[in-house]
Ligand binder design. Structure first.
Ligand code: SF4
Ligand code: SF4
Length: 348
């Protein structure tokens, strides 16, 4: 395996979603009862803040875990760094960043509550650096919290996580989860909604939207309008999301960060591999991607293992650059799953 740094820089396409205010879909709010209703925000104890996150049923959008469990676990150790994930390094997606841009007070309050639980040595908000298409400068601070701009080749998110201080118990929480924590503390409000970027050339009014959890992709596209029938709809990130074939039955959840609808008249036809090696150069893990794809298609799993297929992080960069429009990442991820399944069955 090669140790050269590889990867690609992606065109971000964050506008006009990031400039526009979040569009909120009409919804009924839900509230919870707690044993300390009159406690002032500044007097809330560490245990009470964890309890608020539990009662509000907050799911962290960055990893799908319950926020209260993360906070409780992390509060037991010494925390070096608290990182607020607003990186959004995939094209189109800005749902986490938009919290810092449009609702900075709520974000700052959520972080302050988290800090009280964790007593970190350092706290910062992480945002992606190479965004050149926005009509304003991303903030350098949100309240008293510094915004660290994470640069470099895609995917910045996983690389940022790798650079956490070693040997210490650092914590990463999503910016949307911080907003929900602030609402729980101020209003006793449950998390019943999620923040989603709706974009793509088939969308009439590309926006960041706040919609109830469980809304269908079809309803979300109706909210923003379509210019024409999309050829492709993706739920999640534009690189790591999955194709939606039945938008009327596809429900969004706390970790759905985007809905992308594209009508570009590109052919869905794929071609044979031309051996150009672009996938090898794009891979941030420096894997021999073209060889892995061949082995995966032939289901030669023993050989695939030797090429470190298990190290694939599913970032989608190889599919993005492939001129033959082969979904290289999907082939490798599928083979990786088959290998894991075979390993588990072998253990049983
Ligand atoms: S999806 Fe996997 S193989 Fe493809 S570029 Fe990303 S890490 Fe490399
Ligand atoms: S980028 Fe596509 S065409 Fe080029 S080597 Fe990789 S799989 Fe083959």
């Amino acid at each position: 395996m090669s140790f050269f740094v590889k990867g690609i820089v992606l065109e971000q396409k964050k506008e006009p979603m990031l400039t526009r205010n979040t569009l909120v879909m009409r919804q009924e709010f839900e509230y919870f009862d707690c044993d300390f209703p009159d406690t002032a925000l500044e007097d809330l104890s560490k245990e009470q803040i964890i309890e608020l996150a539990r009662l509000a049923e907050i799911v962290d959008e960055s990893d799908g875990k319950m926020l209260w469990e993360k906070l409780e676990k992390a509060s037991l150790g010494e925390n070096a760094t608290l990182i607020i994930d607003a990186i959004d390094d995939e094209p189109y997606i800005s749902s986490q960043m938009s919290i810092g841009v449009h609702q900075p007070e709520k974000l700052a309050l959520g972080i302050e509550l988290c800090e009280r639980v964790l007593s970190p040595e350092k706290t910062y908000i992480a945002m992606y650096k190479h965004i050149f298409d926005v009509n304003f400068s991303l903030p350098h601070r949100v309240g008293k919290y510094k915004v660290e701009k994470i640069g470099g080749l895609y995917p910045a998110e996983s690389r940022a996580y790798r650079h956490l201080p070693k040997g210490k118990n650092s914590v990463i929480v999503g910016s949307c989860a911080m907003l929900h924590l602030a609402r729980a503390a101020e209003e006793g409000r449950k998390m019943t909604s999620c923040f989603i970027t709706v974009a793509g050339d088939a969308v009439k009014n590309p926006r960041n939207v706040e919609v109830p959890i469980g809304t269908t992709v079809e309803k979300i596209l109706e909210l923003c309008g379509l210019t024409e029938e999309p050829e492709v709809i993706v739920a999640g990130g534009s690189m790591t999301g999955r194709a939606v074939f039945e938008p009327e039955n596809e429900l969004v959840g706390p970790t759905t960060r985007g809905v992308i609808a594209l009508c570009k008249s590109f052919s869905s036809k794929t071609y044979n591999c031309i051996g150009c090696g672009r996938c090898d150069h794009a891979c941030p893990k420096a894997l021999s991607v073209s060889m892995m794809r061949k082995l995966a298609e032939l289901e030669k799993f023993d050989e695939l293992r030797e090429y470190d297929a298990a190290l694939c992080i599913g970032c989608g960069a190889c599919s993005y650059v492939c001129p033959a429009r082969i979904d290289v990442a999907a082939t490798i991820i599928k083979a990786k799953k088959q290998m894991e399944l075979a390993r588990k069955e072998g253990v049983r």
